[in-house]
Design a protein around this ligand. Structure first.
Ligand code: HEC
Ligand code: CU
Length: 424
């Protein structure tokens, strides 16, 4: 397939030239790099799965056809402008030449050329629509099924093929773990407004519509860590309604499923080896809207996937007493009413399932890095991190009177953070 790959690399070059011509590239080296390599976290050009690849190739076909049209029209325009321009005063005041009714040959050729261009675009477009619509027939038996449900401003992921006795399907939040190299069929649902499910490197966006089931399929070529985003304006915190997709090899995936099906970890004093350590040095006071850390992932020493794998292991220096205190506070401060911690006291379903939240790389729907500092920041001031969020409005404060429902001291936050981090 020489021609498509040539077209592809030429296409990439064309976009780079356009990007370089843009004055924006002067604003920063990172930005320049991202554009030059075109491999940002949410790139639709450097892709990692067959569905996104089909969509990208279609984009290139359209680019090329329209580029050819642009060049022809531009050339004719330039030719006419130069050839027929007024060259002296006499030309300028000359009568216009005799006006005709056009040239049937030219007109018919133009119509034929347009139809031809549209057909060239239509054939791969229709093929791509059929291909991306559903898992190919031959692969259906091998497809893995997941249900993604959107809430203002986070995602719930359920695994209908992994039932837990007396509970229902395995359920997790904000980080979707899938098997690599297998098609994944995702049912798209929403409990409130219209959201849209988008993992740019794996597949184009598809809306999640109230009272109407929708779906998409995607596949990751290889194990990896991918950035996702709600792509439909859905209220206050739409821009920070994010998620992650982690694709794992077969064994890793099965190990993950087994760990997720287990009930929440209970840390006892004997289980916690080593020295209890302070969970974090001091509570930092974050400024309102101070940015989180997950926009960029800049750890050259550790790939995002390896970072995710490290998060699965319990911290060797846990403070069992502090964790027990946190578990008690989780009940007293009403957290249990909104969050499920299967095996512990949490039974709520209006917030993300936290049974294994300590093993996730992010919190607050992909917005903050999951570390003690950011957890403390979130638990203290969810309103300052995500405007409008329903943990604060209706949980921390009474929405009608705007009065706080409870208070959290620094010591409370420290204990809650220790407890939540222990939920591996
Ligand atoms: C009124 C319901 C409600 C209460 C009460 C509540 N939460 Fe939440 N919680 C939520 C919702 C909703 C979210 C998702 C917010 C978002 O990302 O928009 C959330 C998110 C979280 C997250 C991040 C989870 C993730 O996967 O991103 C943590 C951790 C958390 N809550 C801890 C707590 C703690 C600790 C308490 C008690 C002090 C608490 N919550 C009380 C509703 C609640
Ligand atoms: Cu949304």
């Amino acid at each position: 397939m020489y021609l498509p790959s040539l077209l592809r690399s030429l296409g990439r070059m064309g976009i780079r030239v356009l990007a370089l011509a843009s004055p924006l590239f002067l604003t920063g080296c990172d930005f320049f790099n991202a554009i030059w390599r075109m491999d940002g976290h949410q790139s639709t050009i450097v892709v990692a799965g067959p569905v996104a690849r089909a969509q990208r190739d279609l984009f290139y076909v359209t680019c090329w056809v329209t580029l050819v049209i642009f060049i022809i029209v531009g050339a004719v325009l330039a030719y006419a402008t130069i050839k027929f321009k007024a060259r002296n005063a006499a030309d300028e005041h000359a009568e216009p030449p005799e006006q005709g009714h056009g040239n049937p040959l030219v007109e018919i050729s133009l119509i034929a050329a347009s139809v031809f261009a549209l057909v060239i675009i239509a054939i791969p477009t229709l093929k791509a629509i059929w291909y991306t619509y559903d898992v190919p027939e031959a692969e259906k038996a091998n497809a893995y099924e997941v249900t993604a449900t959107a809430y203002q401003w986070w995602f719930k992921f359920e695994y209908p093929g992994e039932p837990i006795e007396n509970v229902g399907p395995l359920s997790t939040s904000n980080e979707l773990v899938i098997p690599a190299g297998r098609p994944v069929h995702i049912n798209l649902r929403t409990v409130d407004v219209i959201h849209s499910f988008w993992v740019p490197k794996l597949a184009g966006k598809v809306d999640m519509i109230p009272n109407r089931g929708n779906r998409l399929w995607l596949q990751a070529d290889a194990p990896g860590y991918f950035w996702g985003q709600c792509a439909e304006y859905c209220g206050d915190s739409h821009a920070v309604m994010r998620f992650r997709v982690i694709a794992l090899g077969k064994d890793d995936f099965n190990a993950w499923l087994a760990a997720q099906k287990a009930t929440a970890r209970t840390v006892t004093a004997t289980a916690a080896a080593g020295q209890p350590r302070a969970q974090f040095a001091a509570l930092k006071e974050w400024k309102r809207n101070e940015p989180g850390y997950t926009d960029k992932y800049d750890r050259p020493d550790l790939s995002p996937l390896d970072n995710w794998k490290q998060m699965q292991a319990p911290n060797p220096n846990e403070d069992a007493a502090l964790i027990a205190q946190g578990r008690k506070l989780f009940q007293e401060k009403t957290c249990i009413g909104c969050h499920t911690i299967r095996g512990h006291e949490g039974v709520g379903i209006t917030g993300p399932n936290l049974t294994h939240v300590g093993a996730r790389t992010t919190i607050a729907a992909g917005l903050l890095e999951n570390n003690p500092e950011q957890l403390a920041r979130w638990i203290r001031h969810p309103d300052q991190v995500k405007p409008g969020n329903k943990m604060y409005n209706g949980g921390y404060i009474d929405v009608k009177t705007r009065k706080p429902n409870f208070t959290l001291t620094d010591a409370d936050v420290t204990a809650l953070v220790a407890y939540i981090s222990s939920l591996k």
